[in-house]
Design a protein around this ligand. Structure first.
Ligand SMILES: Nc1ncnc2c1ncn2[C@@H]1O[C@H](COP(=O)(O)OS(=O)(=O)O)[C@@H](OP(=O)(O)O)[C@H]1O
Length: 328
């Protein structure tokens, strides 16, 4: 009997689906691989991202009585801002206290996703070593203006103590502007005057300019008060810090439940710098670097009047939120 003829499958060119393995076409294999990779990425993200549950409680940190072992401890207190409020000066002054350990760098854990999604152990590693009887403080002024930070801090420790330095919004905007212009000039980019930047062509206040936006405090404070009790947030007058650093340091010591250890003798007024600096037995005294305490140029009266009018209603809401008034 003649053998039955079975035609061979025809080669139909590279663009056609070809049988690969298990009878699946190349396209299906590629699709399945992409789906598998996505599933693995989503799985890893879900497992590795920081837990939504509070990680630690203030009481737990305080009950850490392993006094003699230096460890990277989570902060008991965070200076959340505001940018240009005097945060560096306050941190330096608090560092004089033997029971306070400060993070010299701004960690930017809660306001930067690339840091935050590395998890709480990343944060801990980026905080200084401290002993069990010390309070760890970090300052990142960007936290105040970031909408994610309040909830993220709350989830880490709902009873944490927060410090917010406040300043006249116009002075703060000027300080912010000078910093931005300084950065531009170091990059050899064109710089613009405050007056030009803060007003639009039609003469209205330029509410698209970041230094102006960041001075509308009530918008940011709203987020913080959704998560924290006002009593947990110490509001510090930045102007008072420049005039009476000792008085402010004493109030912060009390807020943190620490003994008064920072002495008036630790400060010396530097006439050239125009600010208080920290006394140093060997070098005389140490002031903050040139990026703190820049000379503010005079602002045109008309521009100043417009800015005052612009910020007035916003300041009023902010004062109501914090239950305190300032002279701005
Ligand atoms: N003792 C002392 N020495 C120097 N500077 C002092 C001091 N106390 C408060 N200030 C004020 O701190 C302002 C800078 O604020 P910050 O440190 O929060 O700025 S930053 O957001 O971290 O860039 C800085 O703002 P500018 O004067 O506008 O530069 C100072 O006014």
């Amino acid at each position: 009997m003649a053998a039955k003829y079975h035609p061979l499958p025809q080669y139909s060119g590279d663009t056609q689906d070809k049988s690969c393995c298990c009878g699946l076409s190349h396209r299906k294999v590629i699709l399945a691989t992409i789906i598998a990779v996505l599933v693995v990425i989503i799985g890893l993200y879900t497992v590795c991202r920081p837990s939504d549950k509070p990680v630690v409680n203030y009481k737990d940190i305080l009950s850490d009585n392993d006094y003699n072992t230096p460890k990277h401890r989570l902060p008991h207190c965070i200076i959340i801002g505001m940018r240009k409020g005097g945060t560096r000066a306050l941190l330096q002054f608090l560092n004089l206290h033997p029971n306070i350990q400060v993070s010299s760098k701004e960690v930017h854990y809660f306001d930067r996703n690339d840091h935050f999604f590395q998890g709480i152990s990343w944060y801990r590693k980026n905080l200084p070593l401290s002993y069990g009887d010390q309070i760890t403080i970090e300052k990142t002024p960007g936290y105040f203006h970031s909408d994610k930070s309040p909830e993220r801090i709350f989830r880490m420790n709902s009873t944490i103590k927060l410090i917010l330095l406040v300043r006249d919004p116009i002075e703060r905007a000027m300080s912010d502007h000078l910093q931005l212009m300084d950065k531009r000039s170091r990059m050899n980019l064109e710089t613009t005057s405050f007056e030009e930047k803060v007003l639009k062509d039609n003469g209205d206040v330029n509410d698209n300019y970041k230094p102006i936006q960041r001075s509308v405090y009530y918008q940011f404070m709203r987020h913080w008060l959704r998560f924290f009790q006002l009593e947990q947030i110490m509001i510090v007058d930045g102007k008072n810090l420049t005039k009476n650093p000792f008085e402010v340091a004493q109030k912060v010591e009390a807020f943190l439940g620490l003994e008064h250890k920072i002495s008036k003798d630790s400060f010396v007024f530097d006439r050239t710098k125009g600010f208080f600096c920290i006394k140093n037995e060997t070098t005389g005294h140490k002031c903050l670097n040139r990026t703190k305490g820049r000379k503010h140029p005079e602002v045109d009266e008309e521009v100043l009047a417009k800015l005052k009018k612009y910020f007035e209603p916003y300041n009023k809401i902010f004062f109501e939120q914090i239950g305190q008034k300032f002279d701005w």
